[in-house]
Design a protein around this ligand. Structure first.
Ligand code: ZN
Ligand code: ZN
Length: 510
C-alpha cells in the first residue's frame, strides 16, 4: 500500500470522515527549492488519497508574505540592509520585475505548481491580515497574553521578556515589524499603541497593522482556515519545537484541535563530482547556495518525474536527490511501472531513447522528427504532437547538458574516425564489411531487428557480440561505447550506415 493511503486511513480512523483541510506553506523569502517542494507534494498526495477514499478534502497553500526579511541574503544588493525587519510583502522586488519581494519568489513557484498539475487554494498572509481575517485571533491572543507566555516558556524553556506581546506592531515610521513593543491595547478600537526602536510612537490596527508571533500565528491560522492536516519539516516536530507549542496554543487558547501532523525528512542534494571536488551530499538550503529552485529543475526534469521522485518515498525517510545517473534510473523505473512521459505517441518514446535521438538531431527539430519516425515512433505533423516532442526533447537536451555523465554523451561523427579505427581487429573489420553488404536500399530495420541482426552476425562469425558493438560504436561515435545500439542504428539513414560500415571495414583492412 502506498504510504499516503495508510495515512489517509489513519486520518479517517482518528478524525472521522468529516471535511478535511490539508495545509501547506512556505515563506517566499528566496527561491523556493526542490527541498521545499516535498511539503506540497506530500500534502497533494495525501489529499488525493483522501479524495480516493471519498473524503471531502481541500488542499491549501499559505504563503508567509507578511514575515519579515530576516537578514540581507547574499543574493541581495547592499542597500537591502535597510529592508531587514520589514514584511516581505512590503519590500520592493530586488530584481524589479514583480510588485513586491514576496511576489518575485512566489510567482515562479506557483507557475511550477501549475506545471506539476497541483491544484490548491492560495492564501497570502499579508492579505489575510489586511482583510481582517486575523482580528478575532489577535484579540484572543492579547487577552490571553499571560497564558501564551506560560505555554511558550513551558515548551521552549526560555523566559520571555517582561514586555513581550503576542502581537508585533508594524512601525509606520521605519516599516519594520520586528522592532516595536506594545505599550497599550484598545480592544474596542481593535488597535495597540507601540513604541519602536527607531523612536517612533504610533497606533497599530489589528487589521494589517502587525502580526502574531510566529508560533502563535501558526496555531491561529489552523483555526481561521479550519486546518485538519499539515505536513511540515521534522525540525518543527522535535520536542520543544513549534508543533508542540502550536498544539497547546491551539487547544488551550483557541479551543481548536491541532491538525494531524505529517512530519517529513529533508531532501538531500547529491552534487556532481568535478575538478578536485568529490561528490557530496548536502541538505538543500537557500542561504547556502545548495538548492535547486523548483522552476529551474523543471526545465530539466519532466513534472511527472519530479513528483514521482518525491512521492515514492515515505515522509519519514530522507530523499537523496542525485540529478545525474540515479535520476535517469528513476526515469526508467517510472516508465516501467507508472507510464510514459508526456502525451500521445510521444509518451511511448523511452526517455533513454530520446537522449539518443536528440544527440543525433543536435538541436535541429526537422532532423529530430525524422530520426524519431525512422526509429519507429509515428509522431504526426500535428501541432500538438510536435509541441509534445519539442517539450520532451528539451528535457532531454537540458538534462544532457546539466547532469549527464560522460558515458551517456556521444556525438555522431560526420567523418570517418580514421585514428580510432586502427584499434579494430581483423575480425571486427570483417563484420563491419559484412553488415555493409547486407544493407540494401529500402532496408528498414527496427531497433529490435538491429539487435537480432547483430546477435545473428555474432554467431555466424563466432565472435563475442561485445566486439561487434564496440566496432559499431567506434565507426559511428569515435568511442568504444554508446547508447543502445539498436536504437542508435534504427534512427540512422541506411545509405549513411552502408557507406560508413563499408569505409570503416575497408579503412581498417590496410
Ligand atoms: Zn521579480
Ligand atoms: Zn520604527
Amino acid at each position: 500500500m502506498h504510504w499516503s493511503l495508510a495515512i489517509a486511513e489513519d486520518i479517517v480512523k482518528r478524525r472521522g470522515e468529516k471535511k478535511q483541510v490539508v495545509a501547506t506553506g512556505i515563506t517566499p523569502s528566496g527561491d523556493i527549492h526542490v527541498g521545499n517542494l516535498r511539503e506540497i507534494i506530500i500534502g497533494d498526495t495525501v489529499h488525493s488519497a483522501l479524495a480516493d477514499k471519498g473524503v471531502d478534502a481541500r488542499l491549501i497553500y499559505v504563503a508567509d508574505t507578511f514575515d519579515p526579511l530576516r537578514r540581507r541574503y547574499p543574493f541581495l544588493p547592499e542597500e537591502y540592509k535597510t529592508q531587514v525587519g520589514k514584511p516581505i510583502s512590503e519590500i520592493p522586488d530586488p530584481f524589479g520585475c514583480h510588485s513586491s519581494y514576496a511576489e518575485h519568489f512566489l510567482q515562479p513557484f506557483l507557475d511550477s505548481l501549475d506545471k506539476l498539475g497541483i491544484e490548491l487554494d492560495i492564501f497570502k498572509a499579508d492579505e489575510m491580515y489586511k482583510s481582517g481575517q486575523y482580528v478575532d485571533v489577535i484579540k484572543e491572543a492579547i487577552l490571553r497574553r499571560d497564558d501564551l507566555a506560560r505555554i511558550l516558556t513551558d515548551i521552549s524553556g526560555r523566559q520571555l521578556p517582561e514586555k513581550w506581546s503576542p502581537f508585533s506592531p508594524l512601525c509606520d515610521a521605519c516599516g519594520r515589524i520586528t522592532a516595536a513593543i506594545v505599550t497599550d491595547c484598545d480592544m474596542k478600537k481593535e488597535e495597540v499603541s507601540y513604541e519602536c526602536e527607531c523612536g517612533n510612537r504610533g497606533i497599530a490596527s489589528f487589521k494589517g497593522g502587525g502580526k502574531l508571533a510566529w508560533r502563535v500565528d501558526w496555531a491561529a491560522r489552523w483555526k481561521i482556515l479550519g486546518v485538519t492536516i499539515e505536513p511540515f519539516g521534522k525540525d518543527h516536530a522535535a520536542p520543544g519545537g513549534s508543533f508542540e507549542s502550536g498544539q497547546r496554543i491551539s487547544t488551550e487558547i483557541y479551543n481548536y484541535e491541532a491538525p494531524y501532523p505529517i512530519p517529513f525528512e529533508h531532501i538531500l542534494l547529491k552534487t556532481k563530482e568535478g575538478e578536485g571536488r568529490k561528490a557530496k551530499i548536502t541538505a538543500m538550503s537557500s542561504s547556502m547556495g545548495t538548492n535547486i529552485p523548483v522552476h529551474t529543475i523543471l526545465e530539466t526534469v519532466p513534472p511527472e518525474i519530479l513528483r514521482y521522485v518525491i512521492s515514492r518515498v515515505k515522509p519519514d525517510k530522507h530523499i537523496e536527490f542525485n540529478p545525474s545517473l540515479p535520476l535517469l534510473h528513476l526515469i526508467d523505473e517510472y516508465e516501467r511501472e507508472v507510464g510514459g512521459i508526456g502525451k500521445g505517441v510521444v509518451a511511448k518514446i523511452p526517455f533513454r531513447h530520446l537522449l539518443t535521438l536528440v544527440q543525433i538531431a543536435r538541436g535541429d527539430p526537422a532532423k529530430l522528427l525524422e530520426v524519431t519516425i525512422r526509429s519507429g515512433y509515428e509522431v504526426s505533423e500535428r501541432a500538438e504532437d510536435l509541441e509534445e516532442l519539442r517539450k520532451k526533447a528539451s528535457y532531454a537536451e537540458n538534462w544532457l547538458q546539466k547532469y549527464a555523465p560522460a558515458s551517456i554523451k556521444f556525438a555522431l561523427q560526420a567523418d570517418l574516425p580514421i585514428e580510432e579505427l586502427k584499434s579494430l581487429s581483423e575480425a571486427q573489420k570483417k563484420v563491419l564489411t559484412l553488415m555493409a553488404q547486407e544493407l540494401k536500399e529500402g532496408t528498414n530495420l527496427s531497433a529490435a531487428d538491429w539487435h537480432d541482426k547483430i546477435y545473428a552476425l555474432a554467431s555466424e562469425t563466432d565472435m563475442d557480440v561485445k566486439e561487434i558493438f564496440k566496432a559499431i560504436y567506434i565507426a559511428l561515435l569515435k568511442k568504444p561505447s554508446g547508447p543502445r545500439a539498436g536504437w542508435l542504428l534504427a534512427s540512422q539513414n541506411i545509405e549513411f550506415l552502408r557507406n560508413r560500415f563499408e569505409a570503416a571495414g575497408g579503412e581498417t583492412r590496410n
